[in-house]
Write a protein that binds this ligand. Structure first.
Ligand code: CU
Length: 178
């Protein structure tokens, strides 16, 4: 005669447990979707083309600009950067992302003959790495004297730790000893 209430109690407990698991599963699923959307937004893709400046046989530029394009990203964004070497066949290039820690991606550091084989003229190499740490940096050619003109700014913003003081509208300032 005590079987019925006991069974009822067990079923109720199982129901509650199942409901809790379903709820937990739903929360985890929603979090996964939110993170998925966030991760998709954090993918940044650029192309850096290294070539001689038009009408100059000695000035090498990136994206035909001096300084080269501003790369402005968020901390921990995944950067996918295609470096195209449009120099003559016998002129090599690597691009070093100065200050990036390259955690788990040491081969993306752009050090010719140390972390990677240089990119020959007419070829392309794609760097994939996390933007880390936050701060003001620059990227530059790491082959021979190309760095004198082939460089550009890299800003890594941390939205969770913004500047506490109001900032005067400004941009990166780059110097070279050309
Ligand atoms: Cu450097």
């Amino acid at each position: 005669m005590y079987d019925a209430p006991f069974s009822f109690l067990c079923l109720t407990t199982i129901d509650r447990t199942q409901t809790m698991f379903r709820l937990l599963f739903a929360i985890v699923s929603v979090l996964a979707v939110i993170n998925g959307v966030k991760a998709a937004n954090r993918h940044r893709e650029y192309t850096l083309t290294v070539a001689y400046a038009q009408n100059f046989s000695s000035i090498i530029l990136i994206n035909d600009a001096f300084p080269a394009s501003l790369l402005e990203v968020e901390l921990n964004d995944i950067l996918v950067i295609h470096v195209r070497n449009n120099l003559p066949t016998n002129e090599e290039v690597t691009i070093h992302f100065h200050g990036m820690l390259m955690r788990q991606t040491p081969r993306m550091d752009g050090m010719a003959y140390i972390t990677q084989i240089p990119i020959p003229g007419g070829r392309q190499f794609t760097h994939v790495f996390h933007a880390y740490p936050a701060g003001t940096y620059f990227y530059h050619s790491h082959s021979s004297l190309q760095a004198v003109t082939a460089f550009g700014p890299l800003l890594i913003l941390d939205s969770e730790r913004p500047w506490k003081l109001p900032e005067v509208p400004s941009g990166p300032l780059l110097f070279s000893d050309q």
